[in-house]
Design a protein around this ligand. Sequence first.
Ligand code: SAH
Length: 250
Amino acid sequence: MTGWLAIAGLGPGAEALVTPEVTAALAEATDIVGYIPYVARVAAREGLTLHASDNRVELDRARHALEMAANRRRVVVVSSGDPGVFAMAAAVFEAVEAGPADWRDLDIRVLPGITAMLAAAARAGAPLGHDFCAINLSDNLKPWELIEKRLRLAAAADFAMAFYNPRSKARPEGFDRALDVLRDACGDDRPVIFARAVSTPEETLRVVPLTEATPEMADMRTVVIVGSSLTRVIPRDGAPIVYTPRSAPE
Ligand code: SAH
């Protein structure tokens, strides 16, 4: 039997949001590779080896997965959400490009998942109904100056924006700065959605005006969506509906 490598997205948390394609790959796998909390979402079974590793070792993890697939194992690298969004798929292809030539002939497939911003947007209404962008606020892999430049340009282009990795214990001040930049660059107020642990039992959703948003409203399990100047809030009992109309005026 030949080996293969699938890079799979487990979705935002709920079992019902894992695609059948991913479930099938997990059922055929001999090895699961990934960050500890994501590997923990895969049920242990006879014949399946779980290789859980700590954060920030993505390239080592990718090489290990490729070596196993080259040795005829059936390997699934797991990410939360979608594996192509700030996750393992790009790390695997970085390893392929830099690695031995025969890795390019391996059977490698990327299996998409529901990314956090889409799960969060669905809960809130349709805040990404018009043009939008996604920005990773972590400065682990890029300089803060680039993040700030992109925030300013996205605000100038009047995109709705989704922010991943808004805040960590290691960088508590980063999100504070991002909010200051946005308040300065947006010029007017707009709704901000703090969606935490979407589709898990700990899920919370909060909608506040940008002028009232504070850094403590986000943590590493939160995806933050900032509306465009056209984003609307429909108040009602309970959580409001937030949506961005499909059209922009001439
Ligand atoms: N590949 C993942 C993103 C990994 S980066 C995806 O496509 O969703 C990790 C960040 O994703 C977190 O800091 C948070 O901003 C966001 N995130 C992941 N799961 C989430 C969830 N269930 N609810 C809210 N945000 C989530």
